[in-house]
Structures are given as structure tokens and as C-alpha cells.
Design a protein around this ligand. Structure first.
Ligand SMILES: O=C(O)CCC(=O)C(=O)O
Ligand SMILES: [Fe+2]
Length: 284
């Protein structure tokens, strides 16, 4: 059987996979892709709002500074784990920011949690929190500019990053949920009156679950040769704005370097899941 995503909507996914998160945890399927989960016009409208509020392009904040490759709207545990108090304070500020940021449109963060809950076979989906009740960031908008690349890597707060002082490290499995809000564009040109789009960077999932032995290969960015030598299957997740996908972040995954002027904008979460745990934690 070929290794292909379950799609295009929750109902169809549940028909084929009654417990789709368990299927993801075993990497039986590379991803769950929900097409048109959020309206493309609303993606565009929210991106305009982010730009108007100066949330996207940090050249506005740092005139003359170098253009960063990625700007975040939200709180990243990966980037802030070193100082837990500061991380939790930043997460609180993100919740305040998000409280009014989507006014007039359906809340895209809510959308991600709602679809995840429908896939979670009765488990309770909630923003990750520490035992004292303090919450993590609920989700993060990541704006990726030309030249940005996610090299082949994995994410797992416990087994891989060993953030053992954080509650999310308890989960056996980690997934990501990513809502595409805008694709990168390159080489857009008119040919015969028709506008044709150039290559668009999309994420690639490799049929290879992380083990510690893989670490040197990932650290040295040698995975491409490894995958070739071992004929590792891959799945390219082709997304349009409004498409939402979930995948197991223990699979080696990558997003090739972006080209062109339009940034790639996504709304992303991480998800903690264990088979016997009634809670599913969501954070960024
Ligand atoms: O932007 C994406 O599609 C995936 C990024 C990524 O590496 C992740 O969410 O773990
Ligand atoms: Fe990742």
C-alpha cells in the first residue's frame, strides 16, 4: 500500500481511519490533510491585518537591520525554553494579543483545535500547561521569507529535545498541525496572458522515524544522501491557503529553501499524544 496522506475532510478521514491520531503515531500514514479548512480570503485578510499592525516584517521594528528569514507572531517553546518564567510570561502576552487579533473573522486557532478534537477519538484537546496551571502559547504564526529553509529535522520535546522540566515532555508522540495561510511564490510571470506560478516550496515528510543513531546525519545535514542510499520513501504535502495538515514530527521532515518575494505564512501548533492518556496537549 502506498504511503499517502488521509484526506480531504474529517468525515472521510474517520471513515478510513477510525482513530487517526493513533494512525499518525504509528506513521501508517504520512499526514492528515484537511482541504479548505479555513477560507482562503480570510487567510489573506488576516495577513493584511498582521502587516498593517507591523507584526510581520521586523524591518519596521529595526530600521536598517538585516532582514530576518523568519518572523513569529506567538511564543515558541523551541526558542524560549531556556528561561521558563520568561517563556510562560511571553505565552500570557500571546494569549492577550490573540484575544482580539482575529476580530471579524473565524478564529483560526480555534479552528485548528476544533478539527484536532474531531480527530482525537474522545480525548480532551487543551492548550498545554504546567502542573500549576500556567499555559504555553496556544499556537504561532510563522512568517518565512526568501532563503528560509527547514533542513531535514525532527521535533519531540521529550525524546529529542529533552526538555524534561516541561510538562509536554511526558507524551510518547508529538505531532504538528500546520494551517497554510500563504504560499511562497517565485518566478511568477505572464505567459500568453496567463499568469503562471513558479516553484512553490512545500514540506516533505520522509518515511523515517527518528532514532538517536540518526542524530549525526541530521546535525551534519547529510540526510539527503542517507535517504537516497536507503531508498527512503517521501511524501510532499502540497497545500493551498486554507489547507490544514497534521503529521508526526518524529518523522524526518523539511521545507526546502523559499524563493521569491511573497513570504510563506503558516499557523502552527505542536501536539502531545499518548495512546493511554485522555488529554492531548497543544502548544507552540
Ligand atoms: O512549516 C511547515 O509546514 C512545517 C514546519 C515544521 O518543521 C514543523 O512544524 O515541525
Ligand atoms: Fe519541524
Amino acid at each position: 500500500m502506498s504511503w499517502a496522506a488521509a484526506e480531504p475532510d474529517v468525515r472521510t478521514v474517520l471513515e478510513a481511519h477510525p482513530d487517526p491520531l493513533a494512525s499518525l503515531s504509528r506513521a501508517d500514514i504520512p499526514a492528515i490533510v484537511l482541504r479548505g479548512a479555513y477560507r482562503a480570503e480570510h487567510c489573506a485578510a488576516l495577513i493584511d491585518r498582521f502587516a498593517q499592525r507591523g507584526l510581520m516584517d521586523s524591518r519596521l521594528l529595526d530600521p536598517g537591520g538585516a532582514q530576518p528569514r523568519r518572523v513569529d507572531i506567538g511564543t515558541s517553546l523551541s526558542n524560549r525554553a531556556a528561561d521558563k518564567e520568561a517563556f510562560l510570561a511571553h505565552a500570557q502576552a500571546t494569549r492577550s494579543l490573540f484575544a482580539a487579533l482575529f476580530a471579524g473573522y473565524p478564529d483560526p486557532v480555534r479552528l485548528v483545535y476544533d478539527r484536532l478534537a474531531e480527530l482525537a477519538a474522545g480525548k480532551r484537546v487543551t492548550t498545554a500547561h504546567e502542573p500549576d496551571g500556567r499555559s504555553y502559547g496556544p499556537a504561532i504564526f510563522r512568517i518565512h521569507y526568501a532563503g528560509h529553509r527547514y533542513p531535514p529535522h525532527v521535533d519531540h520535546a521529550g525524546a529529542h529535545e529533552r526538555r524534561l522540566s516541561y510538562a509536554v515532555s511526558r507524551f510518547a508522540h508529538q505531532f504538528a498541525g500546520v494551517l497554510c495561510m500563504q504560499n511562497s511564490r517565485s518566478g511568477a510571470r505572464r505567459s500568453g496572458g496567463r499568469r503562471s506560478e513558479g516553484r512553490i516550496a512545500q514540506s516533505i515528510l520522509h518515511r523515517c522515524l527518528w532514532t538517536p543513531g540518526l542524530e549525526p546525519c541530521l546535525q551534519q545535514d547529510r540526510f539527503a544522501a542517507y535517504a537516497e542510499a536507503n531508498a527512503i520513501e517521501r511524501y510532499r504535502v502540497d497545500l493551498q491557503p486554507g489547507d490544514l495538515y497534521f503529521f508526526n514530527t518524529r518523522l524526518v521532515h523539511e521545507v526546502p529553501a523559499l524563493e521569491g518575494s511573497a513570504p510563506r505564512v503558516v499557523l502552527a501548533v505542536f501536539i502531545g499524544y499518548s495512546e493511554g492518556d485522555p488529554e492531548v496537549f497543544v502548544w507552540s
